[in-house]
Design a protein around this ligand. Structure first.
Ligand SMILES: Nc1ncnc2c1ncn2[C@@H]1O[C@H](COP(=O)(O)OP(=O)(O)O)[C@@H](O)[C@H]1O
Ligand SMILES: [Mg+2]
Length: 252
């Protein structure tokens, strides 16, 4: 059988003296959509950052990507191998055009120069598919973007870089119907390709409209407290995380 995209084995993650994540197990295979839910401060973003290789975090346990231990690899090297993390609060960079930012990121991912015309051609097709105004590329990175536009920029980045494992850390604010559609459409398009996997980090099920999760995980205070299917989403939408606050760890 094909190696899973990602295997976390007994992963604990600390920032300085503080252990944020405790003994996490998680397996993501090609074709799967995993949803990581949990209240504010549970450690969701930390999990994404640890998988991406944030230098601010120390890890114990294993992070395997396609069967390879990547714990000693830098974030750049992990990105080149096909891991992608979108930020919960994307950086606004006035003066840096989306087009240049994306082209540099693409060059880093592919390890070679990408000619401007070739890049423009690829992006034009992608933006047409995503029903995006091509003028978007000539705006400054995230500067003054609405919630929906930030999501469009995020999906454009995802589909342009075309990683194999995408971790999407979803913001809860400013997401209107349009943004939800952008995200779910982008994810569906990404997953329609062979060999891709997604982890969606969120604390509401709203962003998941039209996305069928393979598995839903509930993270509370740095521990995996529950695993389940789509039914967990609606349950949490109704009852919140209350019942998981004092729950025991549930083994994956
Ligand atoms: N670099 C860091 N240094 C110290 N504490 C951190 C760091 N990153 C995250 N934390 C702490 O870890 C906890 C989990 O944060 P986070 O992963 O952002 O939670 P979530 O995304 O689930 O809301 C919080 O208490 C946060 O303050
Ligand atoms: Mg977060």
């Amino acid at each position: 059988m094909e190696k899973p995209l990602l295997v976390l084995k007994n992963l604990s993650v600390s920032a300085g003296e503080k252990e944020i994540l405790h003994h996490i197990d998680l397996t993501v295979r090609a074709g799967e959509t995993h949803v990581l839910m949990g209240p504010n401060g549970a450690g969701k973003s930390t999990l994404g950052a640890a998988v991406m290789g944030s230098p601010a975090l120390a890890t114990q346990g294993e992070i395997e990507y396609r069967g390879e231990d990547v714990t000693d690899l830098s974030a750049d090297e992990r990105a080149r191998r096909g891991i992608f993390l979108s930020f919960q609060n994307p950086l606004e960079v006035p003066g840096l055009k989306m087009s240049l930012f994306l082209r540099l990121a693409l060059e880093a991912r592919e390890g070679k120069k990408v000619r401007v015309w070739e890049f423009r051609k690829r992006m034009a097709q992608l933006m047409e598919d995503l029903h995006m105004d091509p003028a978007f590329l000539d705006r400054d990175l995230n500067a003054g973007f609405s919630g929906g536009e930030k999501k469009k920029a995020e999906m454009l980045q995802l589909l342009c870089l075309n990683p194999d494992l995408a971790i999407l850390d979803e913001t809860d604010s400013g997401l209107d119907v349009d943004a939800v559609r952008t995200v779910s459409g982008g994810i569906r398009r990404f997953l329609a390709q062979e060999g891709k996997g997604v982890i969606i980090i969120t604390h509401t099920a709203r962003i998941l409209e039209g996305i069928e999760p393979t598995e839903v995980h509930v993270l509370v205070r740095g521990e995996m407290r529950a695993h389940g299917g789509a039914e967990l989403l609606s349950e949490i939408d109704r009852g919140g995380f209350e019942k998981y606050l004092d729950a025991e760890v549930e083994k994956a």
